[in-house]
Design a binder for this molecule. Structure first.
Ligand SMILES: [Zn+2]
Length: 478
């Protein structure tokens, strides 16, 4: 029998994969494609794209110049945005148009970084002891550099995908007032219209030097804070009464502290527990297996509920994060206020969450009001069309390393696209030590080998997606 997996899912995976990764970890002799990716990566790191003084437009333009120099026509390479410093790049490699395009998304803005906080200049690309250092090396300029390098490689190969490949490098994911994805969806939706897309949010997990799994982020929790507030007429503290705003608020927060939202798994989080159970051992493995059952086993819920990351995966969470009350040491408080930050499961709404909080607090003296509008987004379905190529390329590159769907407990720009009806999957093939995350922090870095493996992974994966459907049709004899 022929390799049915490769045949069904695509690609001439076998042909693609006949060529092994052509570098050795010790010598790091880079191929021409790797050299190009490195140069692009360095260029992006050394263009400061912070919100305070950086310039995303400069980074977007630098990438546009590279694409044009590689033969992309002017009309397929656009830099546009609402503010002179907040430009976004949208570039397109035309396919045959048999299928709808794929969107390859990365943000080019970075979190602030102070020279005095770092061991070296955060805006100078540095290779040291097997790592590339610099602000943005892991979040998210590696993916941006890889998408540009691979697009150029596709062009040079004369690759004709069955669908257009769109690369969008955008501003203000990390903050700032000009989120590029939101702006493009509002002002130029046709430029990034796609059947589905890839973004940050996933990646490979390493622990103690061992590759654990390759994650695919398919959903995100919704961020929503609420203000708890109690008003009171107050008075002189020398004649206190039991009627006290601080006591009412404190009692309400006490009830919140005792409360757990119900467990509610969806296809993404159930698949997560099911697959990670096979990587764990002992009691955790047993608990995860029980968690993946329908309905989840009560002992599993109790056990995993004590581990913050698993607890956050299985339920909505709301936690008191800020407190302010009273106006003078010698006065009864007239106002007591708390901020409660919730991370809501994608299947639930902010209104439902508020209703639950009202019931739990059960005190009409405590008003509960949302702070800012929530940005809910649906999960991206784990369809075979998307998951099978990811699994096939992962198995080819890292045999035995499983693909694990994940829900982010934080947020990425994928939420805007999911909300607009474009499923987005966070996957990079870039492995990081999960106990040493430096994104947003000091001495941010990425493994040198991991960077090039990520490049190869995204090259193969995008090719697989670009071919997948025609092979399925051929297989079906149409
Ligand atoms: Zn990011």
């Amino acid at each position: 029998m022929i390799n049915s997996r490769a045949f069904i899912y695509g690609l001439s995976l076998s042909a693609l994969l006949a060529v092994p990764m052509s570098f050795s970890a010790q010598t790091m002799k880079l191929s021409a494609e790797q050299q190009l990716a490195r140069e692009i990566f360095q260029q992006l790191i050394e263009i400061n794209t912070t919100d305070s003084i950086g310039d995303c437009t400069a980074a977007a333009k630098a990438m546009a110049e590279r694409l044009k120099a590689a033969g992309f026509p002017e009309e397929d390479v656009k830099v546009l945005g609402p503010n002179p410093r907040k430009g976004n790049l949208v570039a397109r490699l035309h396919g045959t148009g048999t299928r709808k395009p794929i969107l390859l998304l990365a943000h080019i803005d970075v979190v602030e970084a102070k020279r005095e906080d770092w061991s070296f200049d955060p805006f100078k690309f540095l290779e040291k002891d097997g790592y590339y250092y610099g602000r943005g090396t892991s979040d998210d300029k590696a993916m941006a550099a890889i998408f540009i390098a691979n697009l150029i490689r596709f062009k040079q190969e004369g690759f004709k995908p069955e669908r257009d490949l769109i690369v969008a490098l955008t501003a203000d994911e990390e903050g700032g007032d000009y989120n590029g994805v939101e702006w493009l969806l509002k002002n130029h939706p046709q430029l990034i219209e796609a059947e589905f897309g890839l973004n940050e949010g996933g990646g490979g997990a390493i622990r103690n030097g061992k590759k654990l799994f390759n994650s695919v982020q398919a959903s995100e929790k919704v961020y929503q804070s609420f203000r708890f507030e109690v008003k009171n007429k107050g008075g002189h503290s020398s004649r206190p009464t039991k009627d006290n705003a601080i006591y009412y608020l404190a009692a309400a927060l006490g009830r919140l502290a005792q409360f757990d939202f119900p467990v509610n798994l969806d296809e993404v989080t159930r698949a997560y527990f099911e697959r990670v159970s096979k990587l764990e051992s002992g009691e955790t493995a047993t608990a995860m297996k029980g968690m993946a059952q329908k309905p989840p086993n009560a002992r599993s819920v109790a056990y995993l509920g004590n581990i913050p990351s698993y607890n956050a995966t299985m339920r909505t969470t709301c936690v008191a994060t800020m407190l302010e009350a009273g106006h003078a040491e010698n006065a009864l408080p007239q106002t007591a206020r708390a901020t409660v930050n919730c991370r809501i499961l994608p299947a639930k709404t902010a209104d439902q969450t508020r209703e639950t909080l009202v019931k739990v607090i059960n005190d009409s003296r405590v008003t509960i009001t949302p702070i800012k509008e929530p940005k809910p987004s649906p999960l991206s379905p784990l369809s075979a069309e998307v998951m099978k190529p990811i699994e096939a390329v992962t198995e080819q590159m890292w045999p035995g390393v499983p693909v694990v769907p994940v829900m982010s407990t934080g947020a990425t720009d994928s939420l805007y696209l999911r909300k607009a009806g474009i499923p987005i999957y966070g996957t990079s093939g870039i492995f990081h030590d999960i106990d040493d995350s430096r994104a947003h922090g000091k001495d941010e870095r990425i493994g040198v080998k991991e960077f090039y493996y990520g490049q190869e992974y995204l090259y193969r994966l995008v090719k697989a997606f670009a071919y997948a459907n025609s092979n399925q049709r051929q297989a079906a004899g149409k």
